[in-house]
Ligand binder design. Structure first.
Ligand code: MN
Length: 487
């Protein structure tokens, strides 16, 4: 991510003369330096030349699109900047766009304000001129309003920058699909061609035999080293220790992890899917490998779910460096006690330990599905706190993003359920939240995140140009249904 940057473009015009333009550039320099020094931005913001004519703007927009390290473009009209100058450039600009409606001076100098001050600090109408053109062109963009020194404004800018980073990553993400879809399942299917055109990521299938071959060439000493890593990071069950009865299962899991990671690295993949119905040559369903590779930032979807794998890859890139945690998730089963309704989220094995509330335990247990040897997995309870579930579905003629804000609660002891577990309350309440999810066609697989906000998911949907629906504390069922096309 360190090579990425976001371009900060200040608009003006020649009418004011060189002195004013010099001041505009200097004010921009201070503003950008202050934002970079805030420690909030996930990538550097870089000031470009001040834009004052059609030719330069058009050239800049082309350069932004051509620059593979440019993750997005921020626009600000310090002075007035006649917007017809921006038509050519903005009409073709494909990078994510944020329109920052701010002003250099926070306070008006009431006692000494004069016409020179008024001419220099004209964002109040310069940005309206810009916004009108953006709307007229149908430009998909984010508008952030506020003074650049205000912490809540900086947080908004940082949140969008993270989404731009995630989107940037998605444009070069390749998903490796080992095996096909879980048989007969509908929601994990979809149009991969339409998805690549809409979101930029590609999905291609690989025989599980290719993966097994790669696993077989993993050297023993690499496995030894991996076992040490496991001992450092997790409480390893005694039977898995060197000399323990099941130590071979752990070595097998380490071989899987190293083999899958090598396959992904060598092929330049950012995510992958597996399916328990296609495990030829694998001794156990990959559990630990999927968990740890998610923790490293790879997208993952079980049962061939490439949409969730891609959405998770976006989420991992967008939340890089954050510590709340983000995982592949499945709404598994409910606690339906009146007034205390809860969802138990889990999977057969594959939850990311980034959401664990403590040090995970590394254990081996039987799995009643897949017909393979007992798989090794990390066992943990997810954190308490605000979170969200996001699901990307293919409705045949379009994609829809469904986002439900939830609250992670204390996970009750479940001694007979040795997997990663999360328990949450849905907003606005159990009945409304789940009915809305089902009306919207949301999947049972989701991306579950303590770091991403609903606002960021909205930014993602805007950049992608897809429909998005939100289920939160303000959701009213009648309005919600009306808000969706085709309901
Ligand atoms: Mn599943």
């Amino acid at each position: 991510m360190s090579t990425q940057s976001i371009w900060f473009v200040t608009g003006s015009q020649h009418l004011y003369g060189p002195e004013t333009l010099k001041q505009v550039a200097e004010d921009t320099r201070q503003l950008v330096a202050s934002l970079n020094a805030s420690g909030q931005l996930p990538v550097a913001w870089v000031q470009t030349a001040t834009m004052t004519d059609t030719e330069a703007i058009t050239r800049l927009c082309r350069e932004a699109d051509a620059d593979e390290n440019c993750a997005g473009v921020v626009l600000w009209m310090h002075t007035f900047s006649p917007a017809k100058m921006w038509i050519k450039g903005l009409s073709t600009l494909r990078k994510p766009i944020l329109h920052f409606h701010t002003q250099f001076n926070r306070d008006l100098p009431w006692g000494c304000i004069d016409m020179d001050f008024m001419n220099l600090n004209q964002a109040a109408h310069g940005d309206r001129e810009a916004g009108h053109l953006h709307t007229r062109l149908g430009l998909r963009r984010k508008v952030v309003v506020g003074h650049w020194s205000d912490p809540s404004t900086v947080r908004e800018l940082a949140g969008w920058s993270r989404v731009a980073m995630g989107w940037h990553e998605l444009q070069r993400t390749k998903i490796a699909r080992f095996g096909d879809n879980m048989r007969f399942v509908s929601v994990t299917e979809g149009d991969k061609v339409a998805a690549e055109a809409q979101f930029g990521f590609s999905v291609n299938g690989f025989g599980v035999g290719d993966l097994v071959e790669r696993m077989q060439s993993v050297p023993d000493d690499a496995i030894d080293q991996m076992i040490e890593v496991y001992s450092d990071l997790y409480d390893v069950a005694p039977e898995l220790h060197l000399g323990g009865d099941r130590h071979d299962s752990l070595r097998d899991a380490a071989r899987q992890e190293l083999g899958i990671e090598a396959f992904l690295v060598e092929g330049g993949f950012g995510g992958f899917t597996t399916t328990f119905e296609d495990l030829h040559g694998l001794n156990q369903l990959p559990g630990l490998a999927c968990q740890r590779l998610m923790k490293k930032g790879y997208g993952f979807g079980a049962e061939g779910d490439w949409k969730t794998a891609a959405l998770l890859r976006f989420a991992k890139a967008a939340t890089a460096g954050q510590t709340g945690g983000t995982s592949f998730m499945e709404d598994y089963t409910y606690h339906m006690e009146g007034g205390n309704e809860l969802v138990l989220g889990s999977h057969m094995l594959e939850l990311c330990p980034s959401i664990s509330s403590g040090r995970p335990r590394l254990e081996v247990h039987p799995l009643g599905i897949g017909g393979k040897a007992d798989p090794v997995r990390l066992v943990f309870d997810a954190k308490v706190g605000p979170a969200l579930n996001a699901s990307l579905v293919d409705l045949g003629d379009r994609f829809r993003l469904i986002v439900n804000t939830v609250r992670g609660v204390e996970v009750p002891p479940m001694p007979l359920l040795p997997v990663g577990r999360a328990v949450w309350e849905v907003e606005p309440d159990f009945k409304t939240g789940l009915a809305a999810w089902i009306y919207a066609g949301g999947a049972h697989h989701t991306v579950y995140s303590y770091d991403l906000t609903a606002g960021q998911m909205e930014d993602f949907a805007v950049i992608a140009g897809i429909e998005a629906v939100f289920i939160d504390k303000d959701t009213n069922m009648r309005d919600f249904r009306r808000s969706m096309r085709g309901m």
